[in-house]
Design a protein around this ligand. Structure first.
Ligand SMILES: [Zn+2]
Ligand SMILES: [Zn+2]
Length: 521
């Protein structure tokens, strides 16, 4: 994992090249280093983005998986003020923790955009800011901001507490957790300082705004026929602040970049870096609170820069653990292992509706792997050990019901391919299809267990090893640890293309069963 870096300027004369196939740029929405990584964020953008990236890589497609860490987010400042620390120290500590948590959950990122820690990225954002001002994309405007005199800070994000101007639910600055309407803190009804509870003053502040009206039709057209994101386009205000007062945020011309605009500009610079390697198609994974940022603000800036707009959005609803009882990703990985956690957050992925976490469902996700999957696999490996000296039998796959099972697996392979397409990516369906493979294989094993003829027994065992090999292939994007162990046991390659899924291990291969469980370690 590296920080996105500046590339040298392109040479004036480029060698003639054949057009490269477009890369798939998978973007997981930026994290805010104001706390540990919560299981809700794994269930939202991160694990799903990683599963898609892994699957597309097995197909030989060029994939870039990135996210960002927004050190300048006002929630970092709020956390610092509440705990008596410096915002920089809060961002540093939680930024490192989040990166480590993602690694432990098996999320393999190619780059993390972190302008606060990357002078090159920062300079390019500042250059873009000046260019957008010079071209009149950003315009000077004096806008009201909230100032808490006793605390001595401007209110933004989690520092402002009030009620949503759209639905009247309790909300902080940024986006309403109930109706998702984006807001500026000054719009909140009954707004107070979240640190001291005092009523802030409204002060006029000169700065820059990005008027959005000019982009609305173009973006409406772009999103037509794509997932229903029109709500965000309707609710987004006519203009958003590009700058904010105060001492937090990336410095630009005597001010600081405003939160949402700063995130969009971070993305724009990352997009230029990705585009320098050739054409790309972007697929974004984000929580619903970031919908307006990814449907309007980011595309608007990409449009100005002449870069490709996002092609597909995968928007998740909140996955919550109940008030005051967070479940940190790091604890969940330690408790149940990365594979069980990845399987669980995909099986209960909060798409189309919010999801409330239940411990017994997480335990159920684990036992599906440790009892269902491992139970069947242990049975096959025991037969190989006891009846074939630990080697793959030299027999063509067969047995009662093999023809039907094989046809079913071919259909499953096609359905899995569909479920892993960037447009219709469906992690919940992936989990169900993989469970179906194991269920059918276990049934096949039970039906063939009483077979007395050694030749037919060997054929049924070869058939099950073919299914195990397919499972190692198909499960790898979702469950890389267990699928990797299964592949090593069978002597087949982990993360191989799905087109080779139904090739079983070679006859005579010595199977190296691991000491521990295959899945759900
Ligand atoms: Zn609301
Ligand atoms: Zn205050």
């Amino acid at each position: 994992m590296s920080v996105l870096t500046v590339r040298p300027a392109a040479p004036v004369r480029r060698p003639v090249r054949l057009p490269a196939p477009a890369a798939t740029w998978i973007v997981a929405a930026s994290a805010v280093p104001a706390g540990e990584l919560d299981i809700g964020l794994l269930a939202g953008p991160y694990v799903a983005a990683d599963v898609l990236a892994r699957r597309l890589r097995t197909e030989g497609r060029r994939v870039v998986l990135t996210t960002g860490i927004d050190d300048h987010h006002p929630d970092v400042v709020a956390r610092a003020l509440r705990t008596g620390r410096r915002p920089d120290d809060v961002a540093e500590a939680f930024g490192e923790a989040i990166a480590a948590d993602l690694r432990h959950a098996g999320v393999r990122l190619d780059a993390v955009a972190r302008p606060a820690r990357d002078a090159g990225h920062r300079r390019r954002m500042q250059a873009w800011f000046r260019r957008l001002c010079a071209e009149g994309v950003l315009v000077g405007r004096t806008v009201p901001w909230l100032w808490c005199a006793p605390c001595g800070h401007w209110l933004d994000g989690a520092l402002a507490a009030g009620r949503c101007p759209g639905c009247d639910a309790a909300a902080s600055g940024g986006a309403c957790p109930s109706c998702l309407r984006p807001n500026e803190a000054v719009e909140l009804a009954g707004v107070r300082c979240a640190v001291c509870g005092g009523t802030p003053e409204v002060r006029p502040v000169a700065g820059y705004v990005l008027p959005l009206e000019g982009f609305r039709e173009r973006l409406r057209e772009h999103w037509a026929g794509l997932p229903p994101v029109a709500g965000a386009l309707v609710r987004w205000p006519a203009e958003v602040p590009a700058t904010r007062p105060g001492e937090y945020g990336l410095p630009v011309d005597g001010a600081r970049l405003a939160t949402a605009f700063g995130r969009a500009l971070t993305h724009l610079v990352a997009a230029q870096t990705v585009a320098a390697d050739g054409p790309y198609r972007a697929v974004h994974f984000l929580g619903s609170r970031d919908a307006a940022l990814h449907t309007l603000l980011i595309p608007a800036l990409l449009d100005v820069a002449g870069l490709p707009l996002p092609r597909h959005l995968h928007i998740s609803e909140p996955y919550t653990t109940g008030a005051g009882r967070p479940l940190w990703a790091i604890d969940a990985v330690a408790d149940v292992g990365a594979d069980t956690l990845r399987r669980h957050v995909c099986a209960y992925r909060p798409v189309g509706r919010p999801v409330v976490h239940r411990d017994r469902e997480l335990a159920g996700s684990g036992s599906r792997l440790t009892e269902g999957w491992n139970g069947w696999l242990a049975g096959v490996l025991a037969v190989v050990r006891d009846e074939h000296g630990g080697r793959v039998p030299d027999a063509a796959p067969g047995g009662a019901g093999w023809r039907e099972l094989r046809a079913g697996l071919e259909r499953t392979g096609e359905e899995l391919a569909q479920a892993h397409e960037p447009a219709g990516f469906a992690p919940r369906r992936v989990v169900a299809l993989l469970d179906g493979v194991v269920a059918r294989a276990a049934e096949f094993a039970a039906v063939n267990a009483p077979e007395p003829d050694p030749g037919r027994r060997a054929a049924a065992t070869a058939a099950q090893l073919t299914v195990a090999s397919a499972l190692a292939c198909w499960a790898w994007p979702l469950l890389p640890q267990g699928a990797g162990r299964l592949a090593a046991t069978l002597g087949v390659r982990a993360g191989r293309p799905a087109a080779t899924a139904l090739r079983g291990p070679a006859a005579g291969t010595v199977l190296r069963a691991p000491a521990g469980p295959l899945f759900g370690l």
